[in-house]
Design a protein around this ligand. Structure first.
Ligand code: PRP
Ligand code: URA
Length: 209
């Protein structure tokens, strides 16, 4: 069973409150999503492997730790996942970025894939799928299936806000994928929006309606 981590760091929770607030405009929303992505990157990379390297400080030779060089791939789900990429790259600048384009059909709530472009070596990378919203879980589920079909073996999912339904869907379909969240909300409404949520993440990020 995949593990679910709700990242309760006070800075993440504080910024998430302003992201949720309907009075937060596009510019500030974008900046806050970017900042929260950086803070979440700090948590999601907590278990990256280290190796020992011998260096000389100005005082003496010593053995010190460096990242073992595991390759990372960031996979934003278009559109809204794009808002989390730069924040992640602040801490993981060497990561490659692949894109999965999906939108949720407003009537059926089923995801429709319209674009995919991935680094050629995804099977060797630790992939982090990025999407602010995990609602029914249909979009993330489809994106993860698409990645696995193309050889991905190691995948984590990072979202700002999730509904219990979405978490259950990923746990059922992808027990190997751990989930990192800013918040686990109460429910979905009858239009498939997360309650209380933050509204339509793509529209708020890009100023569309
Ligand atoms: C939103 C969001 C997720 C999806 C979540 O995208 O960014 O990708 O809905 O819902 P689900 O868990 O029920 O699939 P949307 O379909 O609105 O597309 P957009 O990012 O292009 O606006
Ligand atoms: N997609 C969004 O952008 N928001 C929701 O609450 C659910 C799906």
């Amino acid at each position: 069973m995949s593990k679910v981590f709700v990242l309760d760091h006070p800075l993440i929770q504080h910024k998430l409150t302003y992201i949720r607030d309907k009075n937060t405009g596009t510019k500030e929303f974008r900046e806050l999503v970017d900042e929260v992505a950086t803070l979440m990157a700090f948590e999601i990379t907590r278990n990256l492997a280290l190796q020992v390297k011998t260096i000389e400080t100005p005082v003496k030779e010593t053995n010190a730790k460096v990242l073992a060089g595991k390759k990372i791939g960031l996979i934003p789900i278009l559109r809204a996942g794009l808002g989390m990429v730069d924040g992640m790259l602040n801490l993981i600048p060497a990561a490659k970025v692949g894109h999965v384009g999906l939108y949720r059909d407003p009537k059926t709530l089923e995801p429709v894939e319209y674009y995919i472009k991935l680094p050629s070596d995804i099977s060797e990378r630790e992939l982090i799928v990025l999407d602010p919203m995990l609602a029914t879980g249909g979009s993330a589920n489809d994106a993860i299936h698409s990645l696995k079909k193309r050889g991905a073996k190691n995948i984590q999912l990072m979202c700002l806000v999730a509904a219990p339904e979405g978490v259950e869907k990923i746990q059922e379909e992808h027990p190997d994928v751990d989930i990192y969240l800013g918040a686990l909300d109460e429910a979905l409404d009858d239009k498939g929006y997360i309650v209380p949520g933050l509204g339509d993440a793509g529209d708020r990020l890009f100023g569309t309606k």
